[in-house]
Design a protein around this ligand. Structure first.
Ligand code: ADP
Ligand code: MG
Length: 213
């Protein structure tokens, strides 16, 4: 839910060209909501796409968090559920946007920091729990557990009496500070990366889901 009342908000981020790429003008952010793409079948023509927000290569992590994610995290304190879903081809910048680096933290560390800061100011008691799993070729792996402690086919996906989907046996960790979360998260991310050296083309088939309760 956003301020405008729409339940789904679609944001586009265009990353800078990498050193290995040859820059061209085929994709351009025309305004804070408009993307222009050269028609690949006819380069004299453009295709335009509207988004709730559109960010060019010069826009950093903080601006995106402040404009589009922070308001969503705020709605959670009013009892609503919210999801941030990042979609794009390999190399598009999903990991950079969601996870980021130490120097340029992405959405997850910023949202968690926000949640813990909010907790400090709030009169209510918080019970914050996180789970983190990876879906790789339709099999689910708990990233808070090492791979060799899990069934090779992954954890079972089940439906409860209210027809809500859940992962049977997925661990849930209680976290009381940002530092504690960070430690847990770093370790879990390494669980993912270790696996990627063993499996070919791992990252393009791997989806990671962090849930904060
Ligand atoms: P994906 O997870 O979608 O496969 P990555 O997040 O790994 O893509 O990004 C691919 C490369 O582009 C990485 O080297 C990353 O550091 C770089 N990158 C992505 N987005 C940005 C950005 N907004 N600014 C600078 N570098 C970026
Ligand atoms: Mg990635």
């Amino acid at each position: 839910m956003t301020n405008s009342g729409h339940k789904i908000k679609v944001v586009c981020r265009v990353r800078p060209f990498l050193k290995s790429e040859t820059p061209d003008e085929s994709v351009a952010v025309e305004s804070s909501s408009l993307l222009r793409v050269t028609n690949p079948r006819d380069s004299s023509k453009d295709v335009k796409f509207n988004f709730d927000s559109c960010y060019g290569p010069g826009i950093g992590q903080e601006a995106i968090y402040k404009n589009d994610v922070r308001p969503l995290v705020e709605t959670v304190f009013n009892g609503l559920s919210a999801t941030v879903f990042c979609y794009g081809v390999t190399g598009a910048g999903k990991t950079h946007t969601i996870q980021g680096t130490e120097a340029e933290p992405g959405i997850i560390p910023r949202a968690m920091e926000h949640i813990f800061k909010h907790q400090e100011r709030d009169a209510f008691d918080y019970d914050i729990r996180v789970s983190y799993y990876e879906i790789y070729k339709e099999a689910v792996f708990d990233l808070f557990r090492s791979r060799d402690t899990m069934p090779p086919a992954g954890l079972p996906i089940r439906e409860d009496a209210n027809r809500r989907i859940f992962i049977a046996g997925l661990s849930e960790k209680k976290v009381t500070s940002y530092e504690q979360f960070e430690q847990l998260y770093q370790k879990a991310c390494r669980n993912r990366r270790t696996a990627s050296t063993k499996l070919n083309n791992h990252s393009s088939r791997s989806h990671a889901i962090l849930t904060v309760q």
